[in-house]
Write a protein that binds this ligand. Structure first.
Ligand code: ZN
Ligand code: ZN
Length: 209
């Protein structure tokens, strides 16, 4: 009798585990300004193939002055509009109120970390704010440093997976080859997590083994 109760308990527990494994991360994607539809598709596709996530909403947001980096024009570091990733991430957080999931912003505009920056700050590929659950990805720099279309698609996919990794609690990784190496070692960024990172991340978030 006790054995049967134990068996029933194990079965119920396994069903519970299975159900929680099936839980997917809800994602909303927000395009910032005119964005090539192809870029949105690359990001959506690479995230949904790699993570146990689903894009449930797509929004578009106009570029307003508070989302741009003031220094870009005033200090004449750049002769084009540059978005302020921290301001964008804060703005994206407002979409969280509707959806309750994670928000990924995508733009073809150039991106910097903050509102004011010195020339030692370079354009960035993306920035995640894990406390807000929002991340912004810019194709601008990735496009400039990619050798061809195929390279660009691969690099954009890596950055999307990297930034979502941050939103799932993953820090930067010091390993020789990993999805989570920091932006300075972009040439070492691989499309997968290293062994150490695979031990850190909740396996339920991943589709890959
Ligand atoms: Zn990072
Ligand atoms: Zn790693």
């Amino acid at each position: 009798m006790t054995y049967r109760i134990l068996l029933a308990f194990i079965i119920i527990y396994r069903i519970f585990l299975h159900n929680s494994a099936a839980q997917t991360i809800n994602l909303s994607i927000v395009t910032l300004g005119d964005t090539e539809p192809k870029h949105l598709e690359i990001i959506k596709d690479s995230l949904q193939r790699f993570y146990n996530c689903k894009v449930i909403n797509s929004y578009s947001l106009e570029i307003s002055p508070e989302l741009t980096s003031k220094s870009s024009k005033e200090d004449q570091l750049y002769n084009f509009e540059v978005l302020n990733a921290m301001a964008v991430n804060r703005r994206l957080n407002e979409f969280n109120k509707d959806t309750g999931g994670l928000i990924v912003g995508i733009t073809d505009y150039a991106l910097t970390i903050g509102e004011r920056f010195s020339s030692t700050y370079y354009l960035i590929r993306g920035l995640a704010n894990d406390s807000l659950g929002t991340a912004t990805i810019s194709t601008f720099r990735i496009k400039n440093e990619s050798e061809n279309d195929k390279d660009f698609v691969a690099n954009l996919a890596k950055i999307a997976k990297h930034e979502l990794g941050h939103l799932l609690g993953m820090p930067h990784c010091g390993s020789d080859s990993c999805l989570m190496v920091d932006g300075y070692r972009f040439n070492k960024m691989s499309r997968n997590y290293c062994k150490d990172c695979l031990n850190k991340i909740d396996p339920r978030h991943l589709i890959i083994e």
